[in-house]
Design a binder for this molecule. Sequence first.
Ligand code: SF4
Ligand code: FES
Length: 237
Amino acid sequence: MVNLVIDGKNIQAKKGTTLLAVARENGIDIPTLCSHESVENSGACRLCVVEITKGKTKKIVTSCLYKAEDGLMVETGNERVLKVRKFVMQLLMARCPTSGVIRDLAVKMGVVPEPRFKPNEDGKKCIMCRLCVQVCEHVVGVSALGFAFRGTDKALGTPFREPSSVCIGCGSCAYICPTQQIVMTSTEDTRSICGRTFKMRACSVCGRYFAPEDQLAFISEKTGVSVEDLSVCVSCR
Ligand code: SF4
Ligand code: FES
């Protein structure tokens, strides 16, 4: 265990825990966009910044990456922290001016768009956080998504911008995307996502369409359980 102080409060934390997790465990709210418990934090959005004091040194760090240490003094909402966070928020608003999620967060933080940053005009809401790529690769185990091109052309998508042949339509990328850039639409028996439309399997008990057939085939292949045995929805099991 380590002893540290966050916003004047003496706190004991497990060694190796991030400052963000320690703050949350102790009811201290820090805004985030790119942190999700299912995947490793990448420090992409920079919204979770806090100020740490270590001996005579003060610095701004991302709380989702920085680990709790003995004797650390942490401030999560002082003037310097709020200034950096507002700057980050203004950049995010310029990058994704059409994102309702970012706009709502900005309103909550009292941030107004800064005229010195020209708003992006491509209509995209992607903040390049990689959550979708990570969940697809490390949690689902498919790797249907990635980043292509470099610099200002860098964009998230499927290889060669073609519908991915390995995508199973699970929707994990849409669920985890913090800005709703990835859109999933459904009809009763289909689901469309990332440029493909998947046929849904009906529950063999209640008849409700509950999962893409490609996803069930993928699970069957990984687990050895037959597709027929996987064809009952969670409610009917
Ligand atoms: S599409 Fe969403 S989850 Fe993927 S990198 Fe962009 S913002 Fe992150
Ligand atoms: S939540 Fe820490 S950098 Fe995004």
